[in-house]
Each structure stands twice: as structure tokens, then as C-alpha cells.
Design a protein around this ligand. Structure first.
Ligand code: CA2
Length: 147
């Protein structure tokens, strides 16, 4: 069965508890439930993780090579700084969808730079929690088209 990894970066464990004006009121656990339900309906297996440290995220990406068919990545603030994540993505040769809750291009200038975009299949941003389900559908459609 097709298997997809959704990997969340730093501070996303705080979702729904602070800055609801920017990131909404849905918690990461709500999002995981929503994604698991969608994955079941789409007939795929889903692993869902959140890490605050860059190295742990790199480890998940490396491990995905042998266990998953695609990665949906909300790298949080590491999006704008991490060459290590960019290199890890390049090294595993799996399709990666870059995901953001907010429209990063409509925010501060430092959020306009992404080290993930050049090595991603595509980017979904600005749709809040619904973006997770959109990304899942886009990944399944992409993997089906490739098989
Ligand atoms: O919009 C997104 O999904 C971001 O990846 C979220 C990151 C931000 O640094 C990126 O530029 C865009 C921040 C995640 C922090 O999440 C929080 C949630 C609630 C309260 C505080 C932080």
C-alpha cells in the first residue's frame, strides 16, 4: 500500500494554543485526525510526526527513503534557513510537497525565501489546516500518475 509521511517542524506542536489570528484554532492533533481519515478514504497509509529539532527532521527524511513513497513537509521556520533539510530531500529522491498553513509570500520578507521549494515537487500554502488534506490528495494523485 502507498505510504506517505507528513513531517512537521518546530513550534507546530503549539498550533491552536497561541497566535490563532495567524495559524488558526485547530490543533496539530486535530490535523492528524483529519489526515488519517482522509488517508483511509484515499486508501493510503499515513505516518504523521512533529519535531522541534532540525537533526531529528533530517533523520525522518532519511528513514523515509525505505518506508514511504512521498513526503509532505511543513518545515516551519527551518524552511527559510535549512540547507540541511534541502540536502536531505535531494538525497532521498522522493517526491516532497512543501506545505505552509499561512501564505508565507504575503508575510515578512524573511519568509519569502525557501530552501525547500527548489527541491520540492510543489508548494501548497495559505489554506490553513485544510492545506494538509489538499497536500495529501495532491501527493496521492501524483503517485498514481507515476505508477
Ligand atoms: O505557515 C506555516 O505553516 C509556517 O511554516 C509556520 C512557521 C513559520 O515560521 C513559517 O514561516 C510558516 C511557524 C510555526 C509556528 O507555529 C506556531 C503555532 C502556534 C503558536 C506559535 C507558533
Amino acid at each position: 500500500m502507498t505510504s506517505i509521511l507528513i513531517l512537521n517542524g518546530p513550534n507546530l506542536n503549539l498550533l491552536g494554543t497561541r497566535q490563532p489570528d495567524v495559524y488558526g484554532t485547530t490543533t496539530l492533533s486535530d490535523i492528524e485526525q483529519m489526515c488519517q481519515t482522509a488517508a483511509k478514504a484515499l486508501g493510503v497509509t499515513l505516518a504523521f510526526h512533529q519535531e522541534n529539532s532540525e537533526g531529528a527532521m533530517v533523520d525522518h527524511i532519511h528513514a523515509a527513503r525505505d518506508t514511504h513513497d512521498g513526503i509532505i513537509l511543513n518545515a516551519g521556520a527551518y524552511t527559510h534557513t535549512s540547507i540541511a533539510l534541502m540536502d536531505a530531500i535531494s538525497s532521498v529522491e522522493l517526491p516532497v510537497i512543501e506545505l505552509h498553513l499561512s501564505n508565507t509570500l504575503a508575510r515578512e520578507e524573511f519568509r519569502h525565501k525557501s530552501y525547500i521549494s527548489p527541491v520540492a515537487l510543489g508548494v501548497i500554502c495559505g489554506f490553513g489546516a485544510a492545506g494538509y488534506e489538499h497536500s495529501l490528495r495532491a501527493m496521492v494523485q501524483h503517485l498514481e500518475a507515476c505508477s
